[in-house]
Design a protein around this ligand. Structure first.
Ligand code: ATP
Ligand code: MG
Length: 428
C-alpha cells in the first residue's frame, strides 16, 4: 500500500527541530509578559464571512489563498484561519472585551494559506500576533515597533540583520483621492505591467504597489505616492509615530509603496524585513486597523497590531548562525539487569524529585550498548547501577562530556544524595 504523506506545504516539526520551536516560544512568552500582553486563544476554524469582510475580497488571501469548505451538516461556509487579527477582534466584540477598557492581547498558532510552497512560504505556518484593542495611538503603535525590536535583540539577532520600513495609508478618504491618480498613472503604463497587476488596476490598484514583479516594482517607483494625499490628521499621527521611534533609538526607512496585503489597515503600517530569505523577506508586519471592528459588525474601535512568522524568524536566526540550545537530559540511568533496574526506578524518582531531567534506560541489553544510548541521549552524566551498587544502596556516576569532575575523574561510587550534588555542581 502507498505510504500516506503529509499535505504539501504542511510540515511535520520533528524533535531534531522542535527544540528550536520550544526555545523561541518560551522566549516569546517571556517577552510578551514583559510588555503586559495577555493570551487569547480562538478556534482555528471560523465562518468564511469573517475573513471576506475583514481582509477584503480583492486581496490575495481572499481571492486565492483560503482553505474554504462547506459544513456538510448545515451548509455553512467555513474557512481555516489565514491570519489571526480578524478572529481576535471577533472574539473581543462577541465577549464585549473592550467595554470601558482597552486590551493588550496576543495569540500564537498555525495559520493556513493555499500558496505555492517555497523557502519561507508554507501552507500551514505559525504566527505570533499582538493586538492593542481600543487604543487611538500612535503611542501604542510605536510600542509595538519597540516590542519587536526588543524581541530581535533578545533573540541575539544583529542590528543590521533586519530593517524596519514604515508608511502611512492615511484614512479611507485619503486613499480614495489617491486611488484616482494612481489608476490614471497605471493606465498610462498598462502595457508594462504583469497580468496580475493589470487586473488589479480596477479591483485593488494599491496592491500593484506591493507587486513582487521586478518590472512592476521599477515602474511603481515613479508612481505618485499616497503620502502626497494624506490629511493633516494622518500626517500628524505619522510624525508623532516617527518621533516616538526616534526617541527609542529605532532606525526606520519610509517606504511610500508599502501597502500590506490586507485591506483593513489605515494610517501607520510597517514591515520588518531581512535580506536572508529572498522574496520571503518580511518576517513581521502590522499596522493600524481602526475600521475592522465595524466591518465585522462591532462598534467602532481603534486598534492596531502586528504578526510575525515563526518559520521566517527561525530561518533568519539560522542564517545569522545563532545557536539555539538543545534540551538534553541531565542523567541517563543504566542498569545491569532486571533486579538492578528495580532499584534504578527508585533512584530515578529521587533524582527527578530533586529537579533533574532523567532518562531511565528501557529495553535491556548489555551495559556497553546501554552506555552507547546514554551517549546519544546528550545527557551530561550516566548513572550505572549493578548488583553491588544495589546491595550497598550506592550508584556509579560517570561524566559523559569530559566535564570537570575534580578528583573523581572517571566513574565514582557515591550515595544518591552525593551524586545529585555532583551533577548539580557540574551542570551549571
Ligand atoms: P508575504 O508578502 O510574504 O506573502 P503577507 O503580507 O502575506 O506576506 P502577513 O499577512 O502580513 O504576510 O503575515 C504576517 C507574517 O506572517 C509575514 O510577515 C510572514 O512572516 C508570515 N507569513 C505570511 N504568510 C506566510 C506563509 N505562507 N508561510 C510562512 N510565513 C508566512
Ligand atoms: Mg502573502
Amino acid at each position: 500500500m502507498d505510504k500516506i504523506q503529509a499535505i504539501r506545504g504542511m510540515n511535520d516539526i520533528l524533535p531534531e527541530e522542535s527544540y528550536q520551536w520550544e526555545w523561541i516560544e518560551s522566549r516569546i512568552r517571556d517577552w510578551l509578559a514583559m510588555f503586559g500582553y495577555q493570551n487569547i486563544r480562538t478556534p482555528i476554524l471560523e465562518r468564511t464571512d469573517l475573513f471576506v469582510r475583514s481582509i477584503g475580497t480583492a486581496t490575495d488571501i481572499v481571492e486565492k489563498e483560503m482553505y474554504t469548505f462547506t459544513d456538510t451538516l448545515n451548509g455553512d461556509s467555513l474557512t481555516l484561519r489565514p491570519e489571526g487579527t480578524a478572529s481576535a477582534v471577533r472574539a473581543a466584540i462577541q465577549h464585549n472585551m473592550t467595554y470601558g477598557n482597552a486590551r493588550r492581547l496576543y495569540y500564537c498558532g498555525p495559520m493556513f494559506r493555499h500558496e505555492r510552497p517555497q523557502k519561507g512560504r508554507f501552507r500551514q505556518f505559525h504566527q505570533v500576533g499582538v493586538e492593542a484593542l481600543g487604543f487611538q495611538g500612535p503611542d501604542v503603535d510605536a510600542e509595538h515597533v519597540l516590542m519587536a525590536s526588543e524581541l530581535w535583540r533578545s533573540l541575539g539577532l544583529p542590528a543590521d540583520a533586519i530593517r524596519l520600513e514604515v508608511n502611512s495609508l492615511g484614512s479611507k478618504e485619503d486613499r480614495s483621492k489617491y486611488r484616482e491618480s494612481l489608476v490614471a498613472f497605471l493606465k498610462g503604463s498598462e502595457l508594462l505591467l504583469d497580468e496580475d497587476s493589470r487586473r488589479r488596476i480596477n479591483t485593488n490598484p494599491l496592491r500593484v504597489l506591493d507587486s513582487k514583479n521586478p518590472d512592476t516594482q521599477k515602474l511603481v517607483s515613479t508612481a505618485p505616492t499616497l503620502l502626497e494625499y494624506l490629511s493633516n490628521e494622518s500626517i500628524d499621527k505619522m510624525e508623532r509615530f516617527k518621533s516616538l521611534l526616534e526617541n527609542s533609538g529605532i532606525k526606520y526607512m519610509v517606504n511610500p509603496n508599502l501597502v500590506r496585503g490586507l485591506d483593513y489597515y489605515n494610517d501607520v503600517v510597517y514591515e520588518w524585513k531581512t535580506d536572508f530569505l529572498g522574496a520571503q523577506g518580511t518576517i513581521c508586519a502590522g499596522g493600524r486597523y481602526d475600521v475592522l471592528a465595524e466591518q465585522i459588525g462591532g462598534k467602532p474601535m481603534p486598534a492596531c497590531g502586528f504578526a510575525l512568522g515563526v518559520e521566517r524568524v527561525l530561518a533568519t536566526l539560522e542564517s545569522c548562525s545563532i545557536a539555539i540550545p538543545k534540551t538534553t537530559p541531565d542523567v541517563y540511568v543504566v542498569s545491569a539487569d532486571e533486579t538492578a533496574q528495580l532499584y534504578a526506578w527508585d533512584v530515578c524518582q529521587e533524582l527527578r524529585d530533586n529537579g533533574l531531567k532523567v532518562v531511565l534506560h528501557c529495553g535491556g541489553g548489555a551495559l556497553k550498548s546501554q552506555m552507547k544510548k546514554a551517549d546519544i541521549s546528550g545527557a551530561n552524566f550516566a548513572i550505572i547501577i549493578g548488583d553491588s551498587e544495589m546491595v550497598r544502596e550506592k550508584v556509579s556516576l560517570k561524566s559523559l562530556r569530559g566535564l570537570k569532575m575534580g578528583a573523581m575523574d572517571q566513574q565514582q561510587d557515591l550515595n544518591v544524595t552525593d551524586a545529585i550534588s555532583k551533577i548539580r555542581e557540574n551542570n551549571v
